[in-house]
Design a protein around this ligand. Structure first.
Ligand code: AP5
Ligand code: MG
Ligand code: ZN
Length: 214
């Protein structure tokens, strides 16, 4: 099963993608997580990506597309994968489509996790993330068992650099300009499904399971 998670920054793409990956035993591929891991390790890619991410802008397509195309060719993706945060522009969606076409494959579903802008700022300011294992929490709605510590790996939790209010506003406007057109793109291909992302996390996952089956 090959799935794309669509949705605004903070809509819950990562939260749901992790559950999908666990439940269906397929890899979770988050371009944001890959860039953040590179920033942490101080790689050349990380240095370049950080310039854009700190402003809330998109990392250029040429840095992003090859990375994903290489990743989905790996053995663990043979039974499918869930893409989180990619594609984010029409050229990225076309690159993905062409790469899959070339091997006689296509995406199965694009799931839009729908959350209005008004809900987003509060979610982002409360988000805490583990840079070690990628787990995400919210200080009010999804708190860790021990404050400031990751339940899964015990590392300290941090606030993401791009979760400041001004940057979040910029990420939202970038989303509306460059990523929202993908909703139409996948609607035309008849694989778009929408879930209400304002519901509690478990309900959103049930809605996704109803779409994906089993
Ligand atoms: P990325 O890391 O993808 O960030 P994003 O799209 O802005 O999305 P987020 O990760 O912020 O939100 P999410 O939807 O995953 O929500 P989450 O589950 O964490 O990208 C970061 C940057 O990298 C971009 O700005 C760009 O610069 C660059 N980049 C990445 N991919 C790129 C690409 N393809 N091309 C170019 N540039 C790229 O949830 C948010 C919060 O809400 C959490 O605290 C969570 O606990 C809470 N929450 C989740 N679900 C619920 C619920 N149902 N109810 C209540 N709270 C909830
Ligand atoms: Mg995310
Ligand atoms: Zn962790």
């Amino acid at each position: 099963m090959k799935i794309i998670m669509l949705g605004a920054p903070g809509a819950g793409k990562g939260t749901q993608a992790k559950q999908i990956a666990d439940h269906y035993s397929i890899p979770h591929i988050s371009t944001g997580d890959i860039f953040r891991a590179n920033i942490k390790q101080g790689t050349e890619l990380g240095k370049k990506a950080k310039e854009y991410m700190d402003k809330g802008a998109l990392v250029p397509d040429e840095l992003t597309c090859d990375l994903v195309m290489d990743r989905i060719k790996q053995d663990d993706c043979a039974n499918g994968f869930v893409l989180d945060g990619f594609p984010r522009t029409i050229p990225q969606a076309e690159a993905l489509e062409n790469a899959l076409n070339a091997i006689g494959q296509k995406m199965d579903f694009a799931i839009d996790v729908d959350v209005p802008d008004d809900n987003i700022i509060g979610r982002m300011s409360g988000r805490r993330a583990c840079l070690n294992c990628g787990a995400t929490y919210h200080i009010v709605s999804i708190p860790p068992k021990k404050e400031g510590i990751c339940d899964k790996c015990g590392e300290p939790l941090v606030q993401r650099d791009d979760d400041k209010e001004e940057t979040v506003k910029n990420r939202l406007s970038v989303y509306h300009e460059q990523t929202q057109p993908l909703i139409n793109f996948y609607q035309e291909r008849d694989i778009l499904r929408t879930v209400d992302g304002t519901r509690p996390m478990e309900d959103v996952f049930s809605a996704i399971q109803a779409i994906l089956g089993a």
